[in-house]
Write a protein that binds this ligand. Sequence first.
Ligand SMILES: Nc1ncnc2c1ncn2[C@@H]1O[C@H](COP(=O)(O)OP(=O)(O)O)[C@@H](O)[C@H]1O
Ligand SMILES: [Mg+2]
Length: 371
Amino acid sequence: MAPHPTRVGLVFGGASGEHAVSIRSAQTVLRGLRSGANGERYQVSCFYIDRRGGWWPEAVATAVLERGLPAEAGDLPGPEEPGGFRGFPDGALEMEVWFPVLHGPNGEDGTIQGLFTLMGVPFVGSGVLGSALGMDKQAMKAAFAAAGLPQVPYACVEASELDASPGDREALLERLESQLGYPCFIKPANMGSSVGISKAGDRAALLAGLELAAGLDRRLVVEQGVKARELECAVLQRADGQGDGLRSSVLGEIRFDADWYDYETKYSEGLSHTVIPAVVSEAVSARARAMALDACRAVAAGGLARVDFFYDEATGSLWLNEINTLPGFTSQSMYPMLWEASGCPLPDLVHELVLGAGGSGQRLNVEGTAP
Ligand SMILES: Nc1ncnc2c1ncn2[C@@H]1O[C@H](COP(=O)(O)OP(=O)(O)O)[C@@H](O)[C@H]1O
Ligand SMILES: [Mg+2]
């Protein structure tokens, strides 16, 4: 039995375009960690990473969580730092386990996971490899392809290819057109929330889309566009000793009134909604749930993940779209809602996640669980 409540460090915010979503996710995770029996199991301290990457202690973190809005420069006590990680604020070194609630670059990509690994402190979610592979769409797709998982046809492009001579640029566009056709989707490899993604129906739009994405990332992906339903599956790695412990939830579907699920549709109230469980046949559900686990194994993801699919009802085709290793965790997010619908409500879910924390290979001994 643990002699004291386990000290959990919840870190949120982050130098990422998904900073604001992270604050809302952290509110939900904190609520779960303080509910019911978790209140005795865990002593949670919150830490805030501002948009420039600086870490702030509990008092600042709590104020940000209460307001639900990012801190602006004038709100932050202390001198203006140059930005980036400059050391831990008070209390951080006493944490026994870390719960990163960070989305996108500098949090979901293996960077903070590397920091915790070096410290030798366990943390929730994927390690360095799984996080890095899951973040970069080129690397993720290569890993899925190596595992033989179905994906829509795609091509990788480097931003520098756009700087080539006009003749070589034409050749690139022709190659993409003949490989993928129209419509196609152009994506920066390392973003999220549909930022920098566009859909092209002709050559001019393809070039404009490549230039837009190249302004955000060196590594780009172009995909054949499909007309398909968008299904999602949540994965949780349980520390119950059965196999690798990966479990999949019921499926959910994203429905929206827009041509595709772009940034505005994702984050404007009322433009999209979720259907849980997704209305698909038992066979499709079983295929997707098995594929979600295979997707995690292909990129070495652990702890938690949300795996997204395209499903063409007319042909029965099911393609993997992407994996998110730190999926949105707001009260309206698919990840906690899928687990709720699968019989694992929020307090149990976050408890399982902390129990599964093992980034450094250590096992936690939390009261109420057999070692
Ligand atoms: N190949 C595709 N065919 C049809 N729609 C696509 C395709 N790729 C992306 N989309 C649309 O763009 C959205 C965002 O793409 P996604 O790859 O999931 O990026 P992000 O990582 O930013 O969520 C998808 O939810 C879907 O609506
Ligand atoms: Mg997506």
